[in-house]
Design a protein around this ligand. Structure first.
Ligand code: 3PG
Ligand code: CO
Length: 555
């Protein structure tokens, strides 16, 4: 349970505090792939300079063990916003799953028995789908291959895999390398007497992995491929057939016909036999396992499989009856709402998040982002819980985004609209604490386009300039940081596009319109994102909640 906190002596007047996340803007040396330096963001550079003079600037860490991952893992928005919003480091899905597999717990649970062992005994098929990647952001191929091996060990006679190509958390064109690894594991399964093969697939930003209700058509396309063996007719064009006998052939043909399309946007494919029949349609009694452990892009597809007649996003029976199958997630993606109903590993239990404290204290808060990052400042921020903690004290605003394939052409995204709305809220003065996420540095960074990423940084810069004017006019405090790096490294060491996040530290600074020198940013503690919540509580005028990681300020 959260405890009411005492005042700490800072900001006794209760001036507004604004916490700003520049998504995907890390700190890295100047170079041809560093969009931050190429953009020369005037406001940000000036703000940082001033903050340095006031001893209110430092860098903090946003990757590996600082966010509950394994040392050396790049950060990501889920773990980053979890840490920012909860004031603590929780061992995250990526680690929970692999540790439970290695220790053996994974294979000894009732869920594994019900989902896999019983399906095998009933002579049915084990279907696996998910992001085929070593990115360790949504999934890891080692875990997927371990599941295949274990199914065979348990006597499984039929496996169908529906891989989604990544190219967003790993090199943009690495899809075929992962397909080769998967094919090798499936070939071994076949050698051991299990009929195992790839059944369908395509790009992760085209199929299945939508988030925050942005593009349900992605989920529909993926569902129809996995369940009914049907490719979206819109994908079948310009010579691309949609139905192939191997995944490699489909991917190579897609690349040849659409050379500008990165793996993440690759068209869908369904694998067919010599007669042209899909090899892996779902049948009654089969089990489908979502091998992704991260929640945001797994919620919609989980509801699609789990919900009954109340499901209204699209017609699941448009291409034939939706068979009664069993569905399990690698993790439970939302434990409050119980999505999905069955899962193989219990998720981290993130408790006493900062929003619970602010609500308990009667602090009124406002959270805003455009759709692509909306759940980051709400769902992830609140420890993977959908919805309000206390609606009477909180307002969550989502500015509708454009589809993600339009981001490269419009790197400004909806930053202006986000800022308009946020500035208006600050001017109206109804809230004590505001938080915002600017998506540009990250979402544009994921395109691997340097000119677009430079524009993205300029957009964030302009927005921060406007934001500070509004905060200053209210005599408030603005805290700026990032959840992980991305746009500061849009090219790899060889000058090729780099679409994934980075392990770089992120900037952290405070701007206080009435700064009187009574507090400074501590340069000595080994600071990471999880230290920000206590810092914000201090700036709001309260002590560090018990059990939270140390604040970044000394006072
Ligand atoms: C995505 O889901 O878009 C990427 O895999 C990770 O990006 P994010 O952690 O910034 O959301
Ligand atoms: Co990202």
């Amino acid at each position: 349970m959260v405890q009411r906190l005492e005042k700490c002596g800072i900001n006794a007047e209760g001036r507004p505090v604004v916490f700003c996340v520049m998504d995907g803007v890390g700190v890295f040396k100047e170079g041809p792939g560093n969009a931050f330096w190429l953009a020369k963001p005037e406001n940000i550079l000036k703000f940082i300079e001033e903050a340095k003079q006031n001893k209110l600037y430092r860098e903090i860490y946003a990757h590996g063990e600082y966010v509950g991952l394994t040392d050396g893992d790049m950060g990501n928005s889920e773990v980053g916003h979890n840490a920012l919003g909860s004031g603590n480091i929780y061992t995250q899905g990526a680690r929970l799953v692999i540790e439970s597999m290695r220790e053996g717990t994974f294979w000894n649970t009732q869920q594994w028995k019900d989902m896999v062992v019983d399906t095998i005994k009933a002579g049915k098929t084990v279907h696996l789908f998910g992001l085929l990647s070593s990115g360790n952001v949504h999934s890891h191929i080692d875990q997927q291959i371990m599941i295949i091996q274990k199914v065979v060990e348990c006597g499984g006679k039929r496996i169908r895999f529906h891989p989604l190509l990544d190219g967003r958390d790993v090199a943009p064109d690495s899809g075929l390398e992962f397909i080769a690894q998967l094919e090798e594991a499936l070939a071994k399964a076949r050698d051991a007497g299990c009929d195992a093969c790839i059944a369908s697939g395509g790009g992760r930003m085209h199929l299945v992995m939508d988030r925050y209700n942005a593009e349900w058509s992605m989920v529909e396309r993926g569902f129809n491929q996995i369940v009914h063996g049907v490719v979206d007719p819109a994908d079948i064009k310009d010579g691309y057939k949609g139905y192939y006998t191997t995944a490699k052939e489909a991917i190579e043909e897609g690349r040849r016909l659409f050379p500008t399309l990165l793996d993440q946007y690759a068209p869908g494919f369904v694998i067919v036999d010599a007669e042209g029949k899909p090899v892996g349609k779902l049948e009654e009694g089969d089990v489908v396992i979502n091998t992704n452990f991260r929640g945001d892009r797994a919620l919609e597809i989980s509801n699609t499989f789990d919900q009954g007649a109340e499901f209204d996003k699209f017609d699941r029976a448009a291409h034939g009856p939706f068979p009664a199958v069993k569905y399990a997630g690698m993790l439970q993606y939302d434990s409050d709402l119980g999505i999905p109903k069955t899962y193989l590993v219990p998720p981290p239990s993130i408790s006493d998040v900062m929003s619970e404290y602010t609500c308990e204290l009667g602090i009124k808060s406002f959270a805003i982002a455009e759709t692509h990052k909306y759940g980051h400042v709400t769902f992830f921020w609140n420890g993977n819980r959908l919805g309000y903690i206390n609606k009477a004290l909180e307002k969550y605003v989502e500015i509708p985004s454009e589809p993600s394939d339009m981001i490269e052409a419009n790197p400004a995204m909806k930053a202006k609209e986000v800022t308009d709305e946020l500035v208006a809220a600050i001017e109206a003065g109804e809230f004590d604490y505001y938080r915002v996420n600017y998506a540009n540095g990250d979402m544009v960074g994921h395109t691997g386009s340097v000119p677009a990423a430079v524009e993205a940084v300029k957009t964030v810069d302009e927005s921060l300039g406007r934001l500070w004017e509004a905060v200053k006019a209210k005599g408030g405090i603005l805290v700026v940081t990032a959840d992980h790096g991305n746009c500061e490294e849009v090219l790899d060491g060889k000058g090729k596009p780099k679409t994934s996040h980075t392990t770089n530290p992120v900037p952290f600074w405070i701007m206080d319109a009435k700064y009187d020198g009574k507090y400074t940013v501590n340069q000595d503690i080994d600071g990471g994102l999880a230290n920000c919540a206590a810092t914000t509580m201090n700036l709001l005028g309260y002590e560090k909640p018990e059990g939270y990681m140390q604040s970044l300020i000394d006072y």
